[in-house]
Design a protein around this ligand. Structure first.
Ligand code: ADP
Length: 259
């Protein structure tokens, strides 16, 4: 049975850079704002390279044990269960840690020896020292916009990675993404991308975050199915970005120029 390949619109030369990094067994760091295509890119590359992908959304309670694995209690006593990182290491898959700077600091202890030329994962609890299978690749991402002094990634960690910077796609590419991903007609896709451009230019003044490609896709889907365009702008492109009613109003003033 034929399976649909995941759609990914390349923005620059990231596909070939990733391929080179994979070939040379180098880990990759992707930085970019939320909803700009980082996760989709990694999923696309895993599919292209035919590698199993283990994705972990990192949060501030995520510990090394969540990545590596832990002993669990079953009907026949305790047994060891590999975490996603260990599975990728054993199988030669891709382990993608999304928003890696959120994770607890103890995770760096397991990431460092895997992210340099040693490519090993010490499993303290079982006494194993795993050598990563040849296809294993570590990919991490973070959003530099969320960075603060406490959460910044240490130089000793970031200097172990080949780093790519993602931005929101150019207007032409973003329009293509809306057409392919949301089934929007070209005129609607064009108008939404124009609006996004205008909203994004407001960023410095009012907002921490701007409308992402992800939100534009939501908006395109809802408008394409007949929902009132201004209602869509409010619930997809204004309310998700701010809690301040005055800022919502300002965003809607811009939306009214386009819809
Ligand atoms: P991030 O991981 O950067 O937060 P995602 O990769 O989850 O963002 O992207 C959000 C959504 O936007 C995806 O589910 C996909 O529908 C769409 N998208 C963003 N960029 C692209 C792209 N370059 N090609 C195809 N779809 C994209």
């Amino acid at each position: 049975m034929a399976t649909d390949k995941l759609f990914y619109q390349e923005q620059s030369n990231e596909v070939s850079l990733f391929n080179y990094a994979f070939e040379h067994q180098l880990p990759v760091l992707i930085k970019g704002p939320t909803g700009c295509g980082k996760t989709r890119f990694v999923a696309h590359m895993a599919e292209k390279l035919n590698k199993p992908l283990y994705t972990v959304a990192c949060h501030d309670d995520l510990t090394a044990a969540d990545l590596v694995g832990r002993h669990l209690i079953g009907p026949n006593g305790t047994y060891w269960q590999d975490g996603p990182l260990t599975r990728a290491v054993r199988e030669g898959g891709i382990c993608y840690l999304d928003e890696v700077v959120e994770a607890r600091k103890d995770t760096t202890v397991v990431l460092h020896p895997l992210a340099d030329d040693r490519r090993i994962l010490p499993l303290e609890r079982t006494g194993e020292l795993l050598e990563a299978a040849p296809g294993f690749m570590l990919v991490v991402s973070y959003n530099p916009g969320y960075q603060n002094l406490l959460k910044g990634m240490k130089a000793s960690t970031r200097q172990r990675f080949v780093a790519l910077r993602f931005e929101y796609p150019s207007a032409e590419l973003e329009q293509q993404i809306l057409i392919k991903e949301a089934g929007a007609d070209p005129h609607l896709a064009f108008k939404l991308v124009e609006l996004a451009g205008a909203l994004r230019r407001l960023e410095q003044n009012d907002l921490d975050e701007v409308a992402s490609t992800r939100l534009l896709i939501y908006a395109a889907r809802m408008m394409s199915s007949g929902m009132n365009p201004l209602d869509v702008c409010r619930c997809c492109l204004a309310e998700p970005l701010t809690d301040d009613p005055l800022t919502v109003q300002a965003l809607m003033d811009v939306a009214r120029i386009y819809f």
